[in-house]
Design a protein around this ligand. Structure first.
Ligand code: EPZ
Length: 419
């Protein structure tokens, strides 16, 4: 199994280009089921995207991924579509469940594997199903699969989500886009990735309006069949490298990034004493000393993202005083804590809050990655540790970070992969 070896305490300096957003690309790939010819650019070539393309191919959408150009051409010319998303593909990547909405609304039936839980929580899909049922679908769960049917097609309605979910908002949006009439979605997620999906659907010709957390969608049967779209930059990847710069950098410049999507996070870092300045498409991070403690809670956008919590925790280990993180989104997203503690971090967890006592001297150790963001937080910890850090199970990293070692190596980090 592949491992990453990091020799820490090397000051980072250089420029990092931020890749396209994984979590924006995935729902747009699911939306390709609604059109015929799609060209996406600025796509991150990471494992989750490859898995989604495999799933679409299984269903009947042809795709051509051009690694160098970071583009994908998708062709859905097949009259005969396989309305099945099998367990073997959905279990490795939960976003596979996003094909449920488009399949059901366009092809009137779908059989999609339940994704099951994962390292960060139980992650049910009840809110996805609630929305589809309201749109008129008949749904039953059998043998680990969601069987959904809408013989006469879906029909627009009013849906109020009892709590905010990115995936459920996206699935509902996709289903409503092809449903008959108007759908009003209330209490929606408004993450930049959801807005990006709306932008894409508008390019297909769907009329979508938003007002606060309300989204109104006018369904349409005949969408524009040829659409080009450039994916936004990955705000979570950018946030990860911002923290790398704050923790181990002398001078790091991030380019191909939209600082607007990181306003809240940049503010938090500034409050901690990190020296950051922004331009239209770039961010400069300078060596920061005397880091101050801070308390944060993860929340839906525009709050602090759960996907950056583990990375920020590493920075907190270097700040003076007791910092806290309250994880409100996922019930089990502190799996990185025992590993960080093995590297010398002083952290206690009570209920859903982690107390981080700093500054702590970190030392290299052999550690194990448990999910995508937990893995990258161990990389950050390795960058500032004495001695050598060995990270196992790095396939998690490959799901969402494009060229991680190369990007860090370009900034003089001592990091390499052994196969
Ligand atoms: C998306 O997951 C992201 N994934 C996650 O990123 C991210 O952590 C998460 O949103 C929150 O921002 C993609 O975009 C592919 P949710 P999603 O539905 O849509 C509960 C990463 O590291 N819930 O907003 O699955 C759920 O259990 C990944 O890149 C229900 O109860 O997240 C959680 O507690 C990990 N019922 C909360 O809502 C449902 O039907 C928010 O989850 C759906 C969700």
């Amino acid at each position: 199994m592949q491992k990453l070896i990091i020799k820490g305490k090397k000051e980072l300096s250089g420029t990092i280009s931020v890749s396209g957003s994984k979590n924006a690309t995935l729902p747009i790939l699911a939306a390709s089921l609604l059109a015929k010819n799609i060209k996406l650019t600025n796509v991150p070539v990471v494992k989750d995207i490859i898995t989604m393309l495999e799933l679409l191919r299984f269903i009947g959408v042809d795709s051509k991924l051009e690694n160098k150009k970071k583009s994908i051409l998708l062709k859905n010319n097949q009259k005969k579509i396989n309305t099945l998303a099998p367990y073997k593909l959905v279990k490795t990547m939960r976003a596979g469940v996003l094909v449920l909405g488009p399949l059901l609304t366009k092809y009137k039936k779908a059989k999609v594997s339940l994704p099951g839980g994962c390292a960060i929580g139980t992650r049910p899909v009840d809110l996805h199903l609630l929305a589809l049922k309201k749109l008129g679908a008949k749904i039953r769960i059998k043998d680990g699969y969601i069987f959904a049917e809408a013989k006469r097609g879906l029909k627009g309605t009013k849906i109020k989500f009892p709590s905010i979910s990115v995936g459920a908002t996206e699935n509902a949006l996709l289903a409503a886009s092809y449903a008959k009439g108007k759908t009003t979605l209330i209490n929606c997620a408004l993450e930049p990735e959801v807005k990006e999906l709306m932008l894409f659907l508008k390019k297909l010709g769907i009329n979508i309006k938003t007002s606060g957390r309300k989204i109104i969608v006018e369904g349409k049967k005949f969408v524009n069949n040829k659409v080009k779209h450039k994916i936004i930059s990955d705000r979570i990847e950018a946030g990860t490298y911002l923290i790398a710069g704050a923790i181990a950098g002398k001078k790091i410049i991030l380019n191909q990034v939209d600082p607007h999507f990181l306003k809240y996070e940049i503010n938090i870092l500034k409050k901690m004493g990190v020296k950051i300045s922004t331009k239209k498409n770039s961010i400069l991070i300078l060596k920061s000393t005397n880091l101050k403690k801070i308390n944060i809670s993860t929340k839906p956008y525009p709050g602090f993202p759960t996907d950056l919590q583990a990375q920020l925790m590493v920075l907190m280990t270097q700040a003076k005083g007791i910092s806290t993180i309250k994880e409100n989104i996922f019930e089990n997203r502190f799996m990185h804590v025992p590993e960080l503690k093995r590297m010398g971090a002083k952290i206690e967890i009570k209920n859903r809050t982690a107390y981080i006592f700093g500054p702590a001297k970190l030392t290299g150790a052999e550690v194990m990655a448990t999910d995508l963001r937990a893995s990258v937080c161990l990389v950050l910890a390795g960058l500032i540790s004495d001695k050598r850090t060995i990270i196992n199970r790095i396939y998690h990293l490959d799901r969402g970070y494009e060229f991680l070692e190369n990007k860090l190596k370009k900034c003089r980090a001592k990091i390499h992969r052994i196969k």
